[in-house]
Design a protein around this ligand. Structure first.
Ligand code: ADP
Ligand code: MG
Ligand code: ZN
Length: 417
């Protein structure tokens, strides 16, 4: 390897960073050497570089499988800005564009080709890949292959074909959300049985977790923002579109700079609100979970849930949008039994099959266990991801341990009365 193609020199020259973070370097070297990897790292930890650096070192084109068309465009734009040769193939494109991208790949003129999974598995695409040289396969958001996960995509199941057809091309699967169970499922379903697992810590020590009992939730939310995060940027998650609008209106009336965001709004308005949230300080976005994927705003100081998330994975991902800059941030949630009743009903009434219902019920149970715990929230959350930790001293349970009924004291009182 010449000096200009070592991982560190590529990191500096192309990406402009001084050093790798965490296990990035080990992962990059593992791939450059031609081995498979399964990477579990929290959102924002820097998974992309784990395949982008080796892609630029190994000869040929890196094929990146990514489920979200919107994110694909962003990533390709970002790579092009850095001077890399990148393109994507998905269902939103004109015929002409598709032809151009295909030809560029076949001629060996691409460093990166991003492809949606359903596109990749077409005969046309499989034949195309035979015509070029492949540096590596990167499978982003790999938890989509897990039926037990929160974001199952049937197309991901077909990706095991890559291993059969290109056994010598290294593959890297990446995800931010994986319990030990999902991890095994990913490895098995993608045929990554020989892959080395790289598991980063999921702890976000600067986030303070607080779960309060729900009564008058809008007032509680307002109190929380005023007392702890006046003037800060934050995200408030609600379950329904109507509720995002009502809550944003309420907060505005109370003098908080809030906006609603959900998938029912016109694309233009959504883009405008998102841009404002990213650009300005102190804006509160009241949103459904449609908001947040791929949003990289480092100084979000709080994430509030006024409805119960559907799974611990979802909760972790959503709260993980707070405090990316490493400074103190709060994950606040109001939770009441009504939430449980409502969600059980939603599951029962849903059109999903038995499997879906069972899975949703199990996910809800996991979430309830976190709400009802008398243990440190952080310990409980990390345990869900298979990681052990000491009580954090910073969450609501650590700071104000729940009252436990002490029989001895009670008995003494009665006896001495
Ligand atoms: P993930 O996919 O794990 O959520 P990304 O790959 O999108 O995370 O990276 C999140 C941010 O961290 C990006 O802005 C990226 O440029 C930055 N980043 C990643 N690795 C490094 C590094 N070694 N040094 C500095 N910044 C980094
Ligand atoms: Mg990512
Ligand atoms: Zn704690």
């Amino acid at each position: 390897m010449s000096d200009s193609t070592t991982p560190l020199s590529v990191l500096k020259r192309v990406f402009g960073y001084d050093s790798f973070r965490g296990e990035q370097q080990a992962i990059v070297e593992h791939l450059v050497a031609g081995h498979d990897a399964l990477v579990l790292m929290p959102t924002g930890a820097g998974k992309s570089l784990c395949y982008q650096v080796p892609a630029l070192i190994r000869p040929g084109t890196a094929i990146v499988v990514s489920p979200l068309i919107a994110l694909m465009q962003d990533q390709v734009d970002a790579l092009r800005e850095l001077g890399a040769r990148a393109a994507f193939l998905n269902s939103s494109q004109e015929w002409e564009t598709i032809r151009e991208v295909e030809n560029a790949f076949a001629r060996g003129e691409l460093d990166f080709l991003y492809v949606a999974p359903e596109r990749l598995l077409t005969d046309r695409c499989m034949r195309l890949l035979e015509r070029g040289r492949i540096a590596l396969f990167a499978i982003d958001e790999a938890h989509c292959v897990s039926q037990w996960g929160h974001d199952f995509r049937p197309e991901y199941l077909g990706l095991s074909r890559l291993q059969e057809q290109w056994p010598d091309v290294p593959r890297i699967a990446l995800t931010a959300t994986a319990t030990p169970q999902t991890r095994d499922e990913i490895a098995q379903r993608l045929g990554l049985t020989q892959a080395r697992h790289f598991v980063a810590g999921f702890d976000r020590p600067n986030i303070r977790y607080v779960i309060v009992e729900k009564n008058d939730v809008r007032r509680q939310l307002l109190g929380f923002i005023r007392e702890e995060h006046a003037g800060d940027s934050g995200i408030v998650y609600c379950l329904s579109r109507n509720k995002t609008e009502d809550t944003a209106e309420f907060l505005c009336r109370e003098g908080i700079d809030a906006m609603a965001y959900h998938a029912g709004l016109q694309a233009e308005l959504r883009a405008q609100r998102q841009a404002r949230f990213l650009r300005e300080d102190g804006v509160v976005m009241v949103a459904t979970i449609a908001f947040g994927m791929g949003i990289n705003k480092p100084d979000v100081r709080f994430v509030a849930h006024i409805d119960l998330p559907k799974s611990v994975e979802g909760y972790y991902q959503e709260t993980g949008r707070a405090g990316r800059d490493g400074l103190p941030a709060t994950a606040w949630m109001a939770y009441g039994l009504q939430d449980v009743v409502q969600q059980r009903k939603m599951i029962d009434d849903s059109t999903g099959d038995e499997f879906f219902k069972r899975r949703s019920g199990a996910q809800l149970d996991g979430m309830l266990a976190l709400c009802e715990t008398v243990q440190c929230r952080r310990t409980r959350l990390l345990a869900y991801f298979g990681q052990q930790s000491e009580p954090c001293g910073n969450c609501d349970v650590c700071l104000t341990p729940p009252q436990t009924w002490d029989g001895t004291v009670a008995a003494q009182k009665i006896l001495s009365a």
